[in-house]
Design a protein around this ligand. Structure first.
Ligand code: NAP
Ligand code: GLV
Length: 310
């Protein structure tokens, strides 16, 4: 049996898979990038959403599709895929997301732009930044990434309210769950991080009504998915000064077109979907371990529920 690596980026991953497979006593020569491989001979498909593969129906003996991304919104709807789908749950990705959120939160929390952008001889010692303990951050999505970010921010001293479908037990993080409690998290969120998966239930969850529930002057960070936010509503609420700033990493259409208003808006920061890239070294190790687990008849982390779309 073989392992089909379905990605245009094999050269970036190859050496990392070689060492991860060796470390985990797996046979590296089973990996192929050849699409002409007999599909009934494929045991696993390592899948990059940017690959050309769209029809999974012929991989009748595959044990699972191992997604190289955390987000599965496109592949989860693929009707030809009948095999278990595993999304990436990875330490490198978690660390990347923590660092991106931390950087952009501290930028706004400490008002660093005032000094960075104004090296003009004016001594602005009256602008004293608050302490983290004076600020409440809401995190929508307390999954693998949201909970890692929540723990890092609470370790610095921020007050954290998190929102998910099911109740969570994370030290120093207040867990809100279910549709009705969203309003409570929004009401108190001076900074809001959107780290939900894109599903039929979460699409456009950030819209005029939910944005208005945020305190005036709130900051938004979206490293989740572009379609979680209604862009026109966000622009309206930024223009009316209800929202102070939005830092956006993901967009309805990527790359974000050069003429999009987000690029030139003074209260928007665009980053090009780099919050938490898949790191070849840690993801190779994660995938090697998932293969071992599945072969042993166990469930790896990141098992996707088709019913929930994530
Ligand atoms: P995850 O572990 O599946 O966590 C998803 C969280 O969202 C869970 O806490 C889940 O609740 C909650 N949730 C889902 N639907 C909900 C609903 N309708 N109401 C309330 N809560 C809901 O996913 P993850 O690994 O943390 O990743 C989250 C997302 O980040 C990915 O789907 C992807 O879109 C995005 N991402 C972006 C980047 C980037 O570079 N920008 C990188 C990686 C991932 P339960 O825990 O109760 O199930
Ligand atoms: C990146 O956005 C991912 O979903 O892994």
């Amino acid at each position: 049996m073989s392992i089909l690596f379905s990605s245009p980026s094999w050269s970036k991953y190859k050496d990392h898979f070689k060492s991860a497979f060796k470390k985990n006593k797996l046979n590296f020569s089973e990996i192929t990038t050849d699409f002409n491989t007999e599909s009934t001979d494929v045991e696993f498909i390592i899948y990059d959403p940017s690959s050309q593969l769209r029809d999974f129906s012929t991989f009748t003996n595959a044990k699972a599709v191992l997604n190289l991304w955390a987000g599965v919104e496109e592949i989860v709807q693929n009707k030809t895929l009948k095999k278990p789908l595993i999304r990436l749950v990875d330490e490198g990705m978690k660390q990347g997301m923590i660092e991106w959120c931390l950087a952009h939160i501290l930028r706004h929390h400490l008002n660093t732009d005032v000094h960075v952008k104004n090296q003009d001889g004016i001594w602005r010692s009256d602008i004293v930044p608050p302490l983290a303990s004076e600020i409440t951050i809401g995190i929508l999505g307390l999954g693998e990434l949201g909970s890692a970010v929540a723990q890092s921010l609470s370790a610095i001293g921020f007050n954290i309210n998190g929102w998910s479908q099911t109740k969570k037990n994370i030290p120093n993080v207040k867990s809100y769950f279910g549709t009705d409690s969203l309003i409570k998290v929004l009401h108190s969120a001076q900074i809001l991080i959107v780290l939900l998966p894109l599903t039929p239930k979460t699409k456009y969850i950030i819209n005029a009504s939910t944005l208005k529930l945020l305190p005036k002057g709130a900051i938004i960070l979206n490293p989740g998915r572009g379609l979680l936010i209604n862009d026109n509503d966000l622009l309206t609420l930024l223009d009316s000064n209800h929202i102070r700033h939005a830092t956006l990493d993901v967009f309805a259409q990527e790359p974000l077109i050069p003429s999009h208003r987000y690029w030139s808006h003074p209260k928007v920061t665009v980053t090009p979907h780099i919050a938490a890239h898949t790191r070849p070294s840690s993801s190779a190790e994660t995938i090697a371990q998932s293969i071992l687990k599945i072969r042993a008849g166990e469930k790896p982390r990141g098992f996707v529920s088709r019913k929930e779309f994530y």
